[in-house]
Design a protein. Structure first.
Length: 243
């Protein structure tokens, strides 16, 4: 988009790697404390991924590779490459899921894959962590086929206060280096890097609490898509194809 300025973040990808290495040993147990909220990312992704008979999926970043379970259940013939920057989390994934294919990343700005290698890209809660978001999205564009579909999620800027409150009260694995992005910034980044936005949805209005209350909150935010209320959902989903 003409006149739009994009900036690298003040940390580097090695700082992100170091954080996830430090918390790898508690990653799964902390997510299990809010498992319904955590696993929503995978269920929502499958709804939008549109797996084909010959799907080859890049799951970046893969953490403990739980997304692999959901993708294989949806289409057992899918080829899945799980890419992760944290060696610690890769070890966790290998212990829990020894069958998965994993590739170690050294940086998000240069991915170790061929041009047009994947026709499906899954990127869950990663964009907010990378040192150079534009370079990252360009690399995803490079390694995807002309008919590829990208499903990406990340928290919005409005989630920062809630994240700090939750961390102060309950601890958890933390997010490490991050910058939560307003949806308009994410959309501008897509436009700038050759991704055409097909769909945007705010989800998870109430991440903790009784199930009935959380379900009611989801019905409410579903009815408020396209408004500021949707921007309050802590997990924003974007579905894109290449221009």
């Amino acid at each position: 988009m003409g006149g739009t300025n994009f900036f690298k973040n003040p940390w580097n990808d090695r700082d992100v790697e170091a954080h996830w290495d430090r918390v790898a040993h508690i990653y799964v147990q902390e997510n299990n404390r809010v498992k319904d909220t955590h696993d929503q990312r995978f269920k929502e992704t499958i709804q939008h991924l549109q797996l084909t008979e010959k799907a080859k999926v890049l799951n970046i970043t893969s953490r403990d590779c739980e997304a692999d379970d959901y993708i294989r259940k949806a289409n057992p013939e899918t080829v899945i490459v799980n890419a992760e920057i944290s060696s610690g989390l890769m070890q966790v994934a290998s212990r829990l899921r020894p069958h998965v294919q994993q590739v170690k990343l050294s940086t998000y700005s240069v991915l170790p894959f061929y041009n047009e290698e994947f026709n499906r890209i899954v990127s869950l809660e990663t964009l907010e962590h990378v040192e150079d978001p534009i370079a990252f999205l360009r690399e995803l564009h490079r390694v995807s086929t002309s008919d590829a579909r990208l499903v990406l999620s990340c928290p919005p800027a409005t989630s920062e206060p809630a994240y700090r409150i939750y961390t102060a009260l309950f601890g958890g694995h933390g997010e490490g280096p991050h910058r939560f992005l307003h949806s308009r910034e994410v959309k501008a980044m897509f436009e700038h890097t050759g991704w055409k936005l097909l769909f945007h949805k705010g989800t998870i209005l109430l991440p903790v609490g009784p199930k009935a209350l959380k379900d009611a909150a989801e019905r409410f935010i579903e009815s408020m898509q396209g408004t500021f209320i949707a921007e309050l959902g802590i997990r924003q989903f974007y579905v894109c194809e290449k221009y």
